[in-house]
Design a protein around this ligand. Structure first.
Ligand code: HEC
Length: 252
């Protein structure tokens, strides 16, 4: 009895297992199609943002920030809006990252000729500060630091702390593949030794001008030479006179 029942029972079990496995494989092999029923109705969907918000985001914080890491945060907050996330300057491509209503920086109510109250007029060219050819007018970290401390951010020159300007300098050095200084930058003397585009050339020593040669009688030994010359000339003149007189006598 048990043997008769277990025979067909086991066979059915095997058939069912094979069917189940087949179905599972089939299901896995099927291309995944989004279910149309689950999709939200088109009318209620939020409009797709065209800009990539990630590029406007703060740089990631690190656990033990170096001076340049700190500078990256300061740059993001104070400089990136104008100079770009890659330091590329206010390019069309960078402006396109902003919400559409903020993309025309030079509108008359924005930063154009007639800015909004307490606003400022922005030059049409905001230069790159990172990338080939940028910062070429600054030879050393000190030159760069002096400029940004006095003139940037453009709308509020000199408004950052001393530490922040040094951090920005360290960040820009790193972005220009210049070894960041250790100990951290803190003085103009230290920064003057760091070249932005190769080693800083120390100012060439001004050649000491060679004084004009003194007149003969003022040179060492000069008076004696002079006297000797004079003596020789006198002797020669006397000899000439004598010879001339001798000839005159002879002919007479
Ligand atoms: C509101 C826009 C704006 C902001 C913000 C701004 N800048 Fe500028 N930056 C400019 C403009 C415009 C110039 C070109 C005019 C000039 O040299 O004064 C410039 C020039 C520079 C230059 C000179 C580049 C070169 O090669 O001539 C440096 C370096 C610089 N900025 C660094 C910074 C730093 C660092 C910050 C942040 C603290 C900053 N800027 C913030 C607009 C801005």
């Amino acid at each position: 009895m048990t043997a008769r029942q277990s025979g067909p029972g086991r066979r059915w079990g095997l058939v069912l297992a094979a069917l189940g496995a087949g179905l599972l494989c089939g299901a896995l092999a099927l291309p995944v199609r989004p279910s149309t029923a689950a999709a939200a109705p088109a009318a209620t969907r939020t409009p797709v943002m065209l800009q990539t918000p990630d590029r406007l985001k703060a740089p990631p914080t690190v656990e033990h920030p170096s001076q340049a890491d700190t500078g990256a945060q300061v740059f993001w907050l104070n400089c990136q809006p104008c100079h770009g996330d890659q330091g590329q300057g206010l390019t069309d491509e960078w402006r396109a990252q902003y919400p559409p209503e903020d993309q025309n920086c030079w509108e008359s109510r924005c930063h154009g000729d007639r800015p909004y109250d307490d606003g400022f007029t922005l030059p049409h060219v905001v230069p790159a500060v990172i990338g080939p050819g940028s910062l070429s007018r600054f030879a050393s970290a000190a030159d760069l630091h002096t400029f940004i401390s006095a003139a940037m951010p453009f709308q509020a020159p000199g408004s950052l702390s001393a530490d922040e300007y040094w951090a920005l300098t360290a960040f820009l050095l790193r972005a220009h593949a210049v070894a960041t200084p250790n100990p951290p930058l803190a003085s103009a003397e230290q920064a003057a030794l760091i070249g932005l585009h190769g080693p800083v050339t120390p100012p060439a020593p001004t050649p000491t001008p060679t004084p004009p040669a003194p007149p003969l009688w003022q040179r060492p030994g000069g008076p004696w030479l002079w006297l000797a010359g004079l003596g020789a000339a006198l002797v020669a003149a006397a000899a000439l006179l004598r010879w001339a007189r001798g000839r005159a006598h002879g002919s007479a």
